[in-house]
Design a protein around this ligand. Structure first.
Ligand code: GTP
Ligand code: MG
Length: 346
């Protein structure tokens, strides 16, 4: 990866000092950042023309493709297979949940957990921040975590408690979690844009966004702002996906639920954010309270069987239920049901 990084953004065809300065003002300082950008982002935030923005993203992606860091437009299944072989899986400390995920949270992918309040989303985020630090042989990612906290629910005390309960070095664990507290939607967009540098400088292997939607939901109220909000969320999701692929990191996002009162059969809750988030997430897991336990349901995945399982939240973070119920798989139903309505939010 280092070879591509040594190429300066100013060395790309058509990038003069003025363009470079504009990009830097928007938080884009490396070729990797640029390659992960969308044309809209560059036009809206960095005052570039459509044509320049298009060329810049094209040239940056071409360079990465030539050097083998991004998938080519046309790849053989063999090449894809080799790329996926580099993929790592991070344990959640629950064998049940790992089983549902076919081994853990994958790098090169975006894994979405959605569910009502108290369903365990933030607890999964806290736990994986710790498990990601374990060596690969212990089903970790051998790296640090970047915790993007939009709801002010990150608690170092909880990290310390989990680490202590698992006999880990508390100070070292805390040192390897980098927390970005985010206060508004544009701040989230900015940090997601500038994430590449943070990842490289800090050996980040797991990126968490808890939650992806709360700030945009609070700031873009009413039907009139829906398309702008969706466009912004789309930009964020697109970039998270690219970052996961380019840097071989795991990305976890959490999402809220919304009630769908017009549902006649089944559970009347579905993930917020319309189809933008659903389409960009590689894996979608729905969390529900089930007494003392939590139920996790694989709602959408290109490769996992549709299934559900139970886990628990305890002092040591996420774990299996005491009786260790085996994972139960149910027959697939309409896996894309929640993606079909596009912008029916709110
Ligand atoms: P929202 O962010 O409100 O949408 O919910 P969430 O899904 O993020 O919920 P979260 O992960 O914060 O789960 C909260 C639940 O986890 C609590 O209701 C507790 O049941 C459980 N929990 C949190 N901390 C502890 C702990 O230290 N010990 C135990 N045993 N359970 C805990
Ligand atoms: Mg939470």
């Amino acid at each position: 990866m280092s070879e591509a990084i040594e190429v300066d953004i100013g060395d790309l065809p058509g990038v003069g000092p003025a363009t470079k300065a504009k990009l830097e003002s928007g938080g884009i300082t490396t070729i990797l950042d640029l390659a992960a950008s969308t044309v809209n982002e560059l036009v809206d935030n960095m005052n570039l023309t459509d044509e320049t923005a298009h060329n810049l993203v094209f040239e940056a992606q071409k360079l990465l493709r030539d050097k083998g860091y991004l998938e080519k437009d046309l790849v053989s299944a063999n090449e894809l297979f080799a790329r996926r072989a580099k993929m790592l899986r991070c344990t959640t400390f629950s064998q049940n949940l790992d089983g549902l995920l076919a081994g853990g949270i994958e790098t090169q992918s975006v894994t979405e957990f959605y569910g009502e309040f108290g369903s365990g989303k933030t607890q999964i985020c806290h736990t994986t921040c710790i498990s990601a630090q374990l060596p690969v042989e212990q089903h970790g990612l051998n790296g640090s975590a970047l915790y993007i906290d939009t709801e002010s629910t990150f608690r170092p005390e909880r990290i310390a408690q989990i680490a202590r309960a698992r006999d880990l070095d508390v100070e070292s664990v805390l040192n390897h979690i980098h927390v970005a507290k985010i206060y508004n939607a544009s701040h989230l967009e900015l940090i997601v844009r500038a994430m590449g540098t943070l990842i490289q400088q800090n050996n980040i292997k797991l990126v968490i966004v808890d939650s992806i939607i709360s700030l945009h939901r609070a700031e873009f109220i009413g039907r009139g702002t829906l398309s702008e909000r969706q466009q912004k969320l789309n930009g964020i999701m697109h970039r998270l996906k690219r970052v996961a692929e380019i840097y071989n990191v795991a990305v976890i996002i959490t999402n809220q639920v919304q009630a769908t009162p017009d549902t006649f059969f089944g559970d009347p809750t579905k993930a917020a954010g319309g189809n933008i988030i659903g389409h960009a997430s590689t894996y979608r897991i729905y969390l529900r309270k089930a007494g003392q336990e939590r139920k996790a349901i694989m709602v959408d995945s290109p490769m996992h069987p549709y299934g559900d399982t139970n886990f628990m939240v305890v002092e040591a973070g996420i774990t299996d239920p005491l009786d260790k119920k085996p994972t139960k798989f149910v027959k697939p139903t309409s896996r894309h049901a929640d993606k079909e309505d596009s912008q029916s939010e709110e």
